[in-house]
Design a protein around this ligand. Structure first.
Ligand code: ADP
Ligand code: MG
Length: 319
């Protein structure tokens, strides 16, 4: 099973940022209102994610590390309409197979926390307020060939920050902090969505963009799209969310690009943060282990909705 987990890890864990993505995902699933990420050496030496969510009961700590052990699928129907973010129970097992992982958690009503060392299986009482900390040390220490592919600490750090940024734009009501080598590098306090967009992407993103607000049948699209007279163009500012999850999806990218072509005739690179809400039965999130890809039941319907949403926003008179 160790080998199977390591193979799974190859798909899920590419670099420290993958660990950050999965651990923050879990923290949000656990209902955290504050998520703190601590990194050493760009996350290669340490990724620690601390939350104030519901915690893991003592007896479930070892189970959480098992493959396909997930608390998030209550029934088969859930697989059809997955409302929650993570659902496969692979991430922790995969990460533990290529790192030194420890789980530290305390549930509401427990007199103290417990700490589980994944490698030794040692389970001990520990001190902690309610919530969970997952510590991942020395990523790929046992697979030097993979460790060799990592970039400089600065590059890995940038990817880690980007991973948190994607979550932060989805969950403005949650506070986030990122520490690197003991220094606070980013801090986003709970905010409205527009304020969070400004905090994470800069005031000029919000000032240089228009609101997107569109609904058609089972689809609702909100967010902001950059306008041509905005001072700065950041082509990397293309964020798309489906039911609260960050995705990279050709249908969405193409639809947004088409809208920019139609309305602005290439005067500006598409820049946007788009939030698509769609009936979960119309989208399959079970396509890729990292859940960054989705498959729409009717991609034409989604394409049309996004295109119209962005077109309407860009074409609307601005004051
Ligand atoms: P998944 O998120 O797909 O369920 P993971 O491997 O990411 O699978 O996590 C396994 C299980 O460990 C989760 O289902 C959850 O029960 C528990 N868990 C992991 N991280 C946390 C956390 N931060 N807070 C509470 N429970 C957690
Ligand atoms: Mg998960």
């Amino acid at each position: 099973d160790e080998l199977v987990s390591q193979i799974a890890a190859g798909e899920v864990v590419e670099r420290p940022a993958s660990v950050v993505r999965e651990l923050v995902d879990n923290a949000l699933d656990a209902g955290a209102s504050q998520v703190t990420v601590r990194l050493l050496a760009g996350g290669v030496r340490l990724v620690s994610v601390e939350d104030d969510g519901g915690g893991i009961p003592r007896d479930e700590l070892p189970i959480a590390l098992r493959r396909h052990a997930t608390s998030k699928i209550a029934s088969l129907e859930d697989l059809e309409a997955v409302g929650t973010m993570g659902f496969r129970g692979e991430a922790l097992a995969a990460i533990a197979s290529v790192s030194e992982l420890a789980l530290l958690s305390r549930c509401a009503g427990q007199p103290n926390a417990f700490r589980l060392d994944a490698r030794t299986g040692e389970l001990q009482p520990a001190a902690r307020a309610g919530g969970t900390t997952v510590e991942v040390k020395e990523l790929f220490f046992s697979t030097p060939a993979r460790r060799k592919f990592l970039k400089t600490d600065a590059t890995e750090l940038a990817h880690c920050i980007e991973a948190v940024r994607r979550h932060a734009l989805a969950r403005p009501e949650v506070g986030f902090a990122i520490w690197h080598e003991g220094k606070l590098v980013e801090q986003w306090r709970p905010a409205s969505r527009d304020q969070r967009l400004a905090d994470v992407l800069g005031d000029d993103f919000v000032e240089g963009s228009v609101a997107v607000e569109y609904a058609a049948g089972p689809i609702r699209i909100t967010g902001r799209a950059g306008v041509p007279d905005a001072a700065r163009s950041r082509p990397d500012h293309q964020f798309a969310y489906v039911n609260g999850r960050y995705v990279r999806d050709k249908v969405l990218t193409h639809a947004a690009r088409s809208a920019y072509e139609d309305v602005l005739h290439g005067q500006r690179q598409p820049v946007y943060a788009l939030y698509v809400e769609i009936d979960p039965a119309r989208v399959d999130v079970n396509v890729h282990p990292t859940k960054i890809e989705v498959r729409f039941r009717d991609s034409r319907e989604v394409h049309q909705a996004v295109r119209r949403a962005v077109e309407a926003a860009l074409a609307a008179p601005r004051s």
